[in-house]
Design a protein around this ligand. Structure first.
Ligand SMILES: [Zn+2]
Length: 147
């Protein structure tokens, strides 16, 4: 990256390496144009959410197994749905209470937040969102206290 040593503004575009206009530099622009900004955002999204060579069904199964293993490691007794049409994917025992766990796939958004498809909130107690780096994000995290 090239910087103007006096102002520390970036002088070349992060996408195409072309010059950034003085007007854009004053606005602390990283890209020379809106098109380069969109290309840069697309590349950043794909880097944060790499494509995987599995079908959606296989990805879903992998995510359920990852969440199951994580919950087992946290000390919970874990139960898995026997049919794809069950209202939630997993259940864990918390004391004498069953907690419904729905597993879904999520993507990182710009800024680091996690996005995931909407799920009917009356069908689970905990939503486990697995991102493509195989990290698990529990919502609400507070629902999973000690087994
Ligand atoms: Zn550019």
């Amino acid at each position: 990256m090239s910087e103007n040593v006096w102002t520390h503004e970036r002088t070349s575009c992060a996408a195409c390496r072309g010059d950034i206009s003085a007007a854009r530099q004053r606005k602390h622009a990283v890209y020379c144009s809106d098109a380069c900004m969109r290309a840069g955002n697309r590349r950043a999204y794909r880097e944060a959410n790499p494509k995987r060579p599995f079908t959606t069904a296989t990805t879903g199964a992998i995510h359920e197994l990852l969440v199951s293993a994580d919950l087992l490691q946290r000390g919970f007794a874990v139960f898995r749905a026997l049919s794809a049409s069950c209202p939630c994917d997993l259940a864990v025992l918390q004391g004498d209470r069953l907690l419904r766990v729905e597993v879904t796939s999520g993507v990182y958004q710009k800024g680091g937040g996690v996005n995931y498809p909407p799920h009917p909130p009356d069908r689970f107690d905990v939503l486990a969102v697995v991102t493509r780096d195989q990290r698990i994000h529990y919502f609400p995290e507070s629902a999973l206290c000690a087994p």
